[in-house]
Design a protein around this ligand. Structure first.
Ligand code: SF4
Length: 365
């Protein structure tokens, strides 16, 4: 929001397709729960998702969150400057959950490797006594050997690496990026396995008809290279079209078909591909409380753009000061109202609150 010390919007835009996208830096005083774009997502388990940035240098053709330079739906990106505020919120959440075996999973609507305070973040999260594991979803494209060693020294235990094809040309097509080099990514994966205590799990997205032949090759490569020291070596993801996501024209597998194919690959390649929740170390824990119910009308201050066009990020005018109950809200309103809405206090009706992700629409506009 313009002129406020805790949230600054900076126009960015050398690239033509990003000319109108804005980077919103979350500095302080903003609740860390309530949006998928940044902060914390709690699904009521011992795995807490931490999202420090929505920036991504790739433009995968199936991206469920429409990230990267090719995105035509995003009009803002988020970067958390207030790493202390983020870690304090995680610490409080861990205490609230009363759980002694928490996994922090760093991921988000972008590539965490682009986060400028990543090593610091990992180190601070690792210092929370109840945190057993710190893991991260990444494509490794922003890393080199030195950065990997720094991250592992800081306390990163597992890299979940998205690799969707071993074939160089196909990998470039799937990533929507001409410079993407899957051979270099695999070199870094081997470096992690051979030189650090950290584990690597490959997490390919199975996009039917595009990478059918690549999935068994990826699994065999992972087994051959001793991935999955303490975890299954590969966790295949099903391609699912999402409302804001990029949608290649491919047939959609049902979940039944997807799991049947994985079972068949398990038999053929003699490797575990459908682990149980307990094998993945997932336990149910106390979820964060739902602060606002659907239909409730509250007064919010519009702070800045939201991540997608026609979205704004807002905070309730009345807040408790606790990261457990304070929320950030996404308000849906036409992008053309930006100059009118920014900085305004308006009444909104909560229309969605699933998993403590709040969507609202203005009542007075
Ligand atoms: S799938 Fe991941 S790496 Fe690819 S564009 Fe989306 S956020 Fe970026």
């Amino acid at each position: 929001m313009r002129g406020r010390p805790y949230l600054r919007g900076l126009a960015e835009g050398r690239r033509r397709e990003r000319a109108s996208r804005k980077i919103v830096r979350i500095c302080e005083d903003i609740p860390m729960i309530g949006t998928r774009a940044f902060g914390i997502v709690d699904m009521g388990t011992n795995i807490i998702e931490v999202r420090p940035t929505s920036l991504c240098p790739l433009s995968c053709i199936f991206c469920s969150v429409n990230a990267g330079p090719a995105s035509s739906l995003r009009w803002a990106e988020f970067v958390i400057e207030a790493v202390d505020t983020l870690v304090d919120a995680v610490r409080e959440l861990v205490l609230y959950k009363s759980c002694n075996s928490v996994e922090i999973h760093i991921d988000g609507m972008g590539e965490p490797g682009t986060y400028h305070r990543l090593t610091e973040l990992v180190q601070m999260l690792r210092e929370i006594p109840q945190v057993r594991t710190v893991s991260m979803q990444t494509r490794l494209v922003t890393f080199n050997e030195r950065k990997i060693l720094d991250l592992v020294d800081a306390g990163l235990d597992r890299f979940n690496v998205s690799v969707d094809a071993l074939d160089m040309d196909l990998a470039r097509v799937l990533s929507g990026t001409s410079w993407y080099n899957v051979e270099r990514v695999l070199e870094l994966v081997k470096f992690i396995i051979d030189n650090t205590r950290a584990d690597v799990v490959l997490t390919p997205v199975w996009v039917p008809t595009l990478n059918d032949d690549e999935i068994p090759k990826i699994i065999s490569w992972a087994v051959r290279n001793r991935l999955g020291k303490r975890f299954p070596p590969v966790l295949v993801q099903k391609y699912v079209p999402h409302k804001h996501g990029r949608k290649p024209r491919v047939p959609i597998m049902s979940w039944g078909e997807f799991f049947a194919k994985l079972r068949e690959l398990e038999r053929r390649l003699n490797v575990r591909l459908v682990p149980s929740s307990s094998e993945l170390g997932i336990e149910r824990t106390r979820p964060v409380p739902t602060t606002y119910r659907r239909g409730e009308v509250i007064r919010v201050e519009i702070l800045d753009r939201g991540i997608f066009l026609n979205e704004y990020v807002a905070v309730p005018v009345k807040r408790s000061g606790s990261p457990i109950t304070d929320r950030v809200i996404t308000v849906i309103a036409d992008s053309s109202l930006e100059n009118i809405l920014l900085g305004q206090r308006i009444r909104v009706e909560i229309i969605e609150n699933k998993n403590n992700i709040y969507i609202a629409r203005p009542v007075d506009f």
